[in-house]
Design a protein around this ligand. Structure first.
Ligand SMILES: Cc1ncc(COP(=O)(O)O)c(C=O)c1O
Length: 361
């Protein structure tokens, strides 16, 4: 069996170190917003080329808190890609805004600057750009459009730790960015976790207040904040794994390179663009007979996933918001896309076996 993901294998190299730091944190007896979170915030911000990091409880919370901290007109429209996972869209709604879904570029699966520009209205207050599957959205173009329109871009980097465009990291392009450390992410905790990155000291201190009940100083609650803190234990675990992230990324790239080079022309592979460094969070292929292909792989011991089988515009919760709008590109991606195993839990020889199985289809 070639697993899609196996976290016990992914975390095996760190078991001793994780156990030792668990012990250390327990002995220290400080579990909320202490040294580990502070150090991890600094280390992760510096990794992603940003000045400030604020650890929060999840990627979803990171998005909600950014949107609530940016002083946007309440109830305004926020542009989001139609081809994303539900947390991106729900964060917009939860923060009190109206999501406006925009079709992706069919070749990159990410936002298309021209379509985004067409969706901007007088009510647009922000854009959330998602770097889907570990490939950056076209930030130079998106930033140019957003600047002309005078709206901030928030980056959803949940799938893109370490991705970059011409050396500039995902998370360092917009007004602020949201990262998830959900266990299966390229940098995954042993539970939930998230981070807001920004280059603005003001925004960082507002986000810090928002994550602890809106408290700007002891016993002064300036915003209607929430409880959303990255905890010390997860921050300590993440510090250990961050030190090894380059190796994990290189492993994913080795697997992705095997697929890129080996898959026959019947499979639509991810587009590799000059200057774009992808981090292969997901390896999506497309095929017109996706479901039959998936069965063929399963019969031959290869686990796969679909990101995403039911796109946001087909979710019951969004029907009242979208009032029957159609998204044919997103539907077509959702109908034909298939994610191949690409984590550090699989070996290059297993990726070669996946290629053989696929090319026999
Ligand atoms: C693109 C994207 N945005 C947001 C999220 C939400 O992150 P979390 O699960 O940490 O809340 C995820 C992860 O599920 C994601 O893949």
């Amino acid at each position: 069996m070639i697993p899609y993901e196996e976290l016990s294998i992914v975390n095996a190299p760190y078991r001793k170190e994780l156990a030792a730091c668990f012990e250390e944190v327990v002995v220290r007896g400080r579990f909320i917003l202490d040294r580990e979170v502070e150090l991890f915030e600094k280390e992760f911000a510096s990794f992603a080329g940003c000045s400030f990091g604020v650890g929060v409880a999840s990627g979803y919370d990171a998005l909600c808190i950014i949107l609530r901290s940016l002083d946007l007109s309440p109830g305004g429209e926020v542009i989001v890609p139609a081809n994303t996972c539900m947390p991106t869209v729900l964060a917009v709604i939860h923060a009190g805004f109206q999501p406006v879904l925009v079709e992706p570029d069919f070749r990159t699966y990410n936002l298309d600057a021209a379509l985004m520009e067409r969706a901007i209205t007088r009510r647009t207050v922000a854009v959330v750009a998602v770097h889907l599957y570990g490939s950056c959205a076209p930030m130079p173009e998106l930033v140019a459009v957003a600047e002309r329109a005078g709206v901030p871009i928030v980056e959803d980097c949940a799938q893109a730790h370490g991705a970059s465009i011409f050396g500039r990291m995902a998370g360092s392009w917009g007004a602020a960015s949201a990262f998830s450390f959900y266990p299966t992410k390229n940098l995954g905790a042993l539970g939930d976790g998230g981070m807001v990155l920004t280059r603005s000291a003001d925004l960082a201190s507002k986000v810090k207040a928002w994550r602890t009940y809106g408290e700007t100083q002891k016993d002064t609650h300036t915003y209607p904040g929430v409880n959303s803190r990255l905890d010390e234990m997860q921050a300590a675990f993440l510090r250990i794994k961050l030190r090894d992230l380059d190796r994990m990324q290189a492993h994913r790239k080795t697997i992705a390179d095997i697929y890129d080079a080996g898959l026959g022309p019947d499979f639509i592979r991810p587009l590799r663009r000059q200057g774009y460094t992808d981090v292969h969070h997901i390896y999506p292929i497309r095929h017109p007979e996706r479901d039959r292909l998936r069965e063929h792989l399963a019969k031959n011991g290869v686990q796969t996933k679909i990101h995403y089988p039911v796109p946001p515009h087909r979710q019951p919760v969004l029907q009242p918001v979208l009032s029957g709008q159609e998204f044919p590109i997103t539907d077509e991606i959702s109908r034909t896309v298939l994610s191949l195993p690409v984590s550090t839990a699989i070996e290059p020889s297993q990726a070669e076996e996946v290629v053989r199985v696929l090319n026999r289809f």
